[in-house]
Design a protein. Structure first.
Length: 329
């Protein structure tokens, strides 16, 4: 978006200025539209499950803004000759997940392309005064992550016949879980900032949230929830095509207390996530109640992973990894 004109319409409440998860457009004093689109390549061989994950991934952007999805259109890039039953399975999975979200899929657009993509363009609704953005965290806020990390490692590991089918099934179940309940709980708890952790990995999304808020995020490494099987795969050298670029985003902007970043942890922190969890900044006094609600509901692996701090100096890295790193040695 560099060099392109920015929207001048005063009804645009959230645009591209902070790289937020979705745009927000005011309709009136009580209603604003949340607008987003996302699509992904297959994460498994099951077309229905892939459709579910792709839909949950796209819907998550609305939840990250504190909104409610209303309507969507499908975005399909299908190879020539794709069997009709596979295309139908993908679409059926997406419809099923959208229906779970209370979101009507009313059409779509399909192009022929050598690489298969599927996703949704989603329009949702939020009250103009209750938008939750990826900026706004304050010193002293607690940081909560609602889903475990490691989806990229698990997916790529199985593509190389590494890891187990059980670990992939668990990862797919996590990816197919809507962030709806987590978003509703966060909004009710007074979340000050929120984003979903997806393709830029934990570091990329945490950095954007911390820098936009003008704070430092101090992350307790031992508290990070990680998918079963992800650490062994990282030790075996599994990686993804996006991990290197994600690492470049964080170069020089991540500090580590008392030690260098172990390679296994480095891999997990930069691993691109598909339909990942919400990273939430919430007043510290409300964190325990929010965490209990999350764990009792649709986010059983939710964890309190750190806190927001006032930067000690202007040149301080906005992301600090601290705590016991021996687990990752």
């Amino acid at each position: 978006m560099e060099g392109l004109p920015r929207p001048s319409d005063p009804a645009v409440l959230v645009g591209v200025e902070t790289g937020d998860d979705a745009a927000v457009y005011r309709l009136d004093g009580d209603r604003a539209l949340v607008v987003t689109a996302d699509f992904i390549t297959p994460v498994c061989d099951d077309p229905f499950r892939f459709g579910e994950v792709a839909a949950a991934n796209a819907l998550s952007d609305v939840y990250a803004m504190g909104g409610r999805p209303l309507v969507a259109v499908a975005l399909c890039s299908f190879p020539k000759g794709l069997p009709a039953e596979l295309a139908r399975g993908i679409l059926a999975g997406g419809l099923s997940k959208a229906a779970e979200a209370g979101c009507a899929v009313v059409g779509g657009h399909t192009v022929c392309n050598p690489e298969l993509f599927y996703g949704l363009s989603v329009t949702g609704q939020v009250h103009p005064e209750r938008i939750v953005r990826n900026v706004g965290a304050r010193p002293g806020d607690a940081l909560i992550l609602t889903k475990p990390l490691g989806t990229g490692l698990i997916i790529n590991g199985r593509r190389r016949d590494l890891g187990s089918d059980g670990d992939l099934a668990s990862a797919l179940a996590s990816m197919a879980t809507l962030n709806r309940a987590a978003s509703e709980a966060a909004v009710a708890a007074g979340a000050r900032a929120m984003t979903d952790v997806t393709g830029f990995g934990f570091v990329g999304h945490a950095l954007k949230m911390a820098t936009g808020s003008g704070v430092t995020f101090a992350i307790d490494a031992a508290a990070l929830p990680i998918l079963d099987g992800a650490e062994p795969l990282a030790r075996q050298g599994v990686t993804t095509g996006s991990t290197g670029p994600n690492r470049a985003i964080g170069a020089g902007r991540v500090a580590v207390d008392r030690a260098s970043l172990p390679p296994v942890l480095d891999e997990i922190l930069h691993d691109p996530q598909t339909s990942g969890g919400l990273l939430i900044a919430v007043p510290a006094e409300r964190a325990d109640a929010l965490l209990a609600r999350l764990r009792d509901g649709a986010a059983p692996r939710a964890a309190r992973i750190g806190e927001a701090l006032a930067p000690a100096r202007p040149d301080e890295p906005p992301l600090r990894i601290r705590g016991d790193l021996s687990r990752f040695a």
